[in-house]
Design a protein around this ligand. Structure first.
Ligand code: NAD
Ligand code: DAU
Length: 347
């Protein structure tokens, strides 16, 4: 039995990673450690919460004594670290929260691993990171694993810092590590503060769609289930000390993506063509807004055999269907009602 700690498993990507590992690897025991912030929701894992190879531990990665205690009790073989403050706009308003969780929290996990792993043989610390550490691209080019770090927002600076600490623990103490840097994810369970779920929610509620600046910013979108599959491949087949870029070769200008979303929503909601697009409102730009992200995912494709399984059109369509079929989830996460769910279930 391999004992794996997944941090941030109640969040968007983490919940898909936890589900995949719990279901696909019955000989592993998965401990999901999460502080259940506004972004963490155990309802995301309702279908697997009774599996014998799954345990939930409520803990804050900024609390070193609590983390060390869990490491000592569990004697993990590996860590897959996703817990983070993840929203760029929040990082602009409250950078310290990002320093605490993303930098200090990551170092706490590294330190707990270092302190409790008597030997590093067979161990692995996997940090799930972002393409935002590379900064912004111009009109051309792609981020490769060799692109120098050049973060622009407090969020990306905190993630760059945590990547550096992971590498530093590898170089200095020999801790076996792996890092992946992924592009923008979308899919079920995405908190409705990020572009795609926010706009789906606003279209349902006939609220304005706030497009930052002129909307001519580019992001490279990947279905979250494909990201979870890439993490699985990298975790099992990746080499220690390596970085893998993960992306879907799927660049969209925000305004084009929003128009596509509006068109699909009109069709699915039975509205007149053009109704949802009338909600588009150009608003003040995000400060320090990165122009373009685009990932070269050749290395993970050639070395580990991973590539996306769904097209953007398929992924976006099933994402919209998921939100339309889970409007209670939307209401609950936006009202904070899932905190009550946790109390009822676990306290
Ligand atoms: P999310 O905000 O949906 O989830 C984050 C999870 O971490 C939540 O469950 C939250 O409760 C937990 N958490 C936050 N602070 C914590 C703390 N102090 N202690 C313990 N748990 C805490 O984030 P996400 O979008 O699922 O992102 C997961 C990881 O993947 C992050 O590290 C993020 O940087 C990275 N990433 C995200 C994307 C993306 O497009 N969403 C892309 C690339 C990389
Ligand atoms: O690239 C990976 C990153 O993608 C992850 O590391 C982050 O955790 C994740 O949040 C995401 O960051 P972005 O800032 O790219 O995602 P967001 O959904 O916030 O914004 C996508 C684009 O849409 C960006 O150019 C800003 C714009 N936007 C966003 C919002 C929320 C708008 O125009 N209006 C909005 O209301």
């Amino acid at each position: 039995m391999k004992k794996i700690l997944v941090t941030g498993g109640a969040g968007f990507i983490g919940s898909h990673v936890v589900r995949r590992f719990v279901k696909n690897y019955p000989t592993y025991h998965i401990t999901n450690l999460d502080a259940l912030t506004y972004a963490g929701n155990l309802e995301n894992l309702k279908d697997i919460e009774d599996y014998a190879n799954y345990t939930f531990a409520k803990a804050d990665i900024t609390d070193y004594p609590a983390i060390l205690k869990i490491f000592k009790q569990a004697n993990f073989d590996a860590v897959i670290h996703l817990a983070a403050e993840s929203h760029v706009d929040r990082s602009i308003n409250d950078p310290m929260a990002f320093v605490r969780t993303n930098v200090l929290g990551t170092v706490n996990l590294l330190q707990a691993a270092r302190e409790t792993w008597a030997s590093f043989e067979g161990k692995r610390f996997y940090h799930v990171s972002t393409d935002e550490v590379y900064g912004s691209l111009g009109e051309n080019g792609l981020f490769t694993e060799e692109t120098p770090y050049d973060p622009n927002s407090p969020y990306s600076a905190s993630k760059a810092s945590s990547d550096h600490f992971v590498r530093a623990y590898g170089e200095t103490y020999g801790l076996p590590y792996l890092i992946s840097n992924c592009s923008n994810n979308y899919g079920p369970n995405h908190f409705p503060e990020k572009l795609i779920p926010l706009f789906i929610n606003n279209i349902i509620e006939n609220k304005p769609l706030p497009v930052y600046g002129d909307g001519n910013y580019t992001r490279d979108w990947l279905y979250v289930i494909d990201h979870a599959a890439a993490i699985d491949q990298a975790f099992h087949k990746g080499k220690n000390g390596e970085t893998y870029n993960i992306g879907g070769f799927n660049e969209w200008k925000n305004i084009d993506l929003v128009n596509l979303l509006c068109q699909l929503m009109d069709e699915k909601l039975g509205r007149e063509a053009g109704d949802s697009a009338k909600l588009i409102t150009f608003v003040k730009d995000r400060p320090g807004h990165d122009l373009r992200y685009a990932i070269d995912a050749t290395k993970i494709k050639h070395q580990l055999g991973w590539e996306p399984s769904v097209t953007f059109e398929e992924g976006l369509s099933s994402t919209i269907d998921w939100y339309l079929n889970n409007q209670e989830w939307l209401t609950r996460v936006t009202s904070g009602a899932y905190q009550t769910y946790y109390k009822e279930q676990y306290e």
